[in-house]
Design a protein around this ligand. Structure first.
Ligand code: KIV
Ligand code: ZN
Length: 526
């Protein structure tokens, strides 16, 4: 029987640490649910001690997402480990993931600790974590630049304290495949207690070798691989889940291993992560890039038509991309629409399906043909729509070459007694979008910085839908929003408001978590 490789997804932790990839709690829950349906074995839901928002999001995921183990990262400090446990304890399969650096440069300059002190701290951290949680993972940060003999010493010590998963990170993406494989092979056989532990790897992509190093480690005996959707992550990112999984599957004979991933859900998961992080996938990215299955050259097209295997080593269907692009229009009925959703792997419940079909009809009225990309964009857009604090009722913009752009925006809020309150403001700006954003700022009364703003056509054609992605910043924190419309100004206004709504929800959630915690401490004291 093929050896099973556990897929540990850290999109919500290491992935989210990447500049501009921050996600709100509700978005994280949405991604976690998708990861569970993709079949990952472990979801690293966040770094609980890093912020109250992260802790709240981890708790929500632990409470609501079944199937995979739910992990939180923690430095080798009791307070971090306690916060991690607070985050994951409601999961059916909680895991605390604690780490400390083991390379000479990190120990001397970052930790200012001697190797002996690092061993003692690692042992104490695992001991404390094991008192709380049955499953503890230990990582030796910067392992690939550590002395291998010291790694063995640390790993033996933490296994003796009860760590059952030992992770070997190539933190700065420095390793080369053959030397990383040799390190893994040595650790597998040369570490006392490793035969009863899961040996894991975690590779960064600074030299573009994260996936190659991960695959080399699998050949050398690694049991778990840590990775992210679309390869998002610190600096150049982490090893991409979709590339590892498809390499293991497509070249099965070379590895003799299997994963529990439903590869037909890869494309959908990639699009969701790109949307919620606002981090686009490059067109030529392996597996999930727009061009990954496109055949432009005539000679290639001819070959593919004669026999797809001439230029395709895996089918688009195997990663969840339907081969034939079917175009729908305003005369298409519910049946054809539902069938297309099904083929695209979009799962919606009754009411969501009705709303999506209504959005499709509305789009089909404005656009001659509705493509798969349009439908996916609509589905992702509707997936993001949680109850909104601020609902856009309408906006009117006046702009042109010889007038100052002016925008009137009307937003609606639902008051605690259930009544609706209308808020309307007018602003002038440097162009219609700026005027729209300024009018919204006046209504919501917050000082927000626009950090990133992109608009891109979903498909070709003059009537294409524009997808706007926006990142706002306030007090050092960031939130993403996206909006979709055939009118790019409307898409932009919706994206801006979407980011504000994500922010409002986050702040509200954190506020209620904080008051619940203070109420609990008051009642304890009483
Ligand atoms: O890259 C790294 O070393 C990490 C560890 C904390 C696992 O992300
Ligand atoms: Zn990392």
């Amino acid at each position: 029987m093929a050896r099973k490789i556990a897929i540990f997804d850290t999109s919500l932790r290491d992935g989210e640490q990447a500049p501009g990839c921050s996600m709100g709690g509700i978005q994280k829950l949405e991604v976690a649910r998708r990861l569970a349906s993709l079949g990952v074995d472990v979801i690293e839901a966040g770094f609980a001690a890093s912020s109250p928002g992260d802790l709240a999001a981890i708790r929500e995921i632990a409470r609501n997402v079944e199937g995979p183990a739910i992990a939180s990262l923690a430095r080798a400090l009791d307070k971090d480990i306690d916060a991690a446990w607070e985050g994951v304890r409601l999961s059916k399969r909680p895991r605390i993931h604690t780490f400390i650096a083991t390379s000479p440069i990190h120990m001397e300059y970052k930790l200012k600790m001697s190797p002996d002190e690092v061993v003692e701290r690692a042992k104490a951290a695992v001991r404390h974590a094991r008192m709380l949680c049955p499953e503890v993972e230990f990582s030796a940060e910067d392992a690939s630049r550590s002395d291998p003999a010291f790694l063995v010493r640390v790993f033996e010590a933490v296994i003796a304290e009860g760590a059952s998963i030992i992770n070997v990170p190539d933190t700065v993406g420095y390793a080369l495949p053959e030397e990383f494989a040799a390190l893994i092979a040595m650790l597998k056989t040369g570490t006392r207690g490793m035969q009863n532990a899961v040996l894991s790897v975690h590779c960064h992509n600074d030299l573009g070798l994260a996936v190659a190093n991960t695959l080399a480690a699998v050949k050398a005996g690694a049991d778990q691989v840590e990775c992210t959707i679309n390869g998002i992550g610190e600096r150049a990112g982490n090893a991409a889940l979709e590339e590892i999984v498809m390499a293991l599957r497509t070249r099965g004979e070379a590895f003799g291993v299997e994963t529990g991933i439903d590869t037909t859900k890869i494309h959908g998961a990639s699009r969701l992560v790109a949307t919620v992080t606002g981090s686009r996938v490059q067109a030529n990215k392996a597996i999930v890039g727009e061009n990954a299955f496109a055949h432009e050259a005539g000679i290639h097209q001819h070959g593919v038509l004669a026999n797809a295997a001439t230029y395709e080593i895996m089918t688009p269907e195997s990663v969840g991309l339907p081969r034939s692009e079917m175009v729908l229009g305003k005369h298409s009925g519910r049946h054809a629409f539902d069938e297309r959703l099904n083929l695209l792997g979009v799962k919606v419940s009754g009411a969501e399906g009705d709303a999506l079909f209504a959005a499709f009809k509305d789009l089909a009225d404005r656009k001659k043909t509705v493509s798969d990309r349009d439908i996916e964009a609509l589905a992702l857009g509707s997936a993001n729509h949680e109850p909104e604090q601020w609902r856009l009722e309408r906006f009117v913009i006046n702009s042109g070459t010889s007038i100052t752009a002016t925008c009137a925006v009307r937003l609606v809020t639902v008051e605690t007694d259930g009544s609706e309150k209308v808020h309307e403001r007018v602003a002038v700006g440097d162009g219609p979008i700026d005027a729209g954003f300024k009018a919204i700022d006046k209504i919501v009364g917050r000082h927000l910085t626009l950090e990133d703003f992109q608009v891109q056509a979903v498909t070709g054609g003059k009537d294409a839908q524009g997808e706007a992605r926006i990142r706002i910043e306030s007090g050092g924190r960031r939130w993403n929003g996206s909006g979709l419309s055939t009118d790019v100004v409307e898409a932009s206004v919706r994206a801006y408001l979407g980011a504000i709504n994500v922010m409002e929800r986050e702040l509200k959630l954190e506020g209620s978590a904080a008051s619940a915690a203070s109420a609990a401490s008051v009642s304890k004291g009483a």
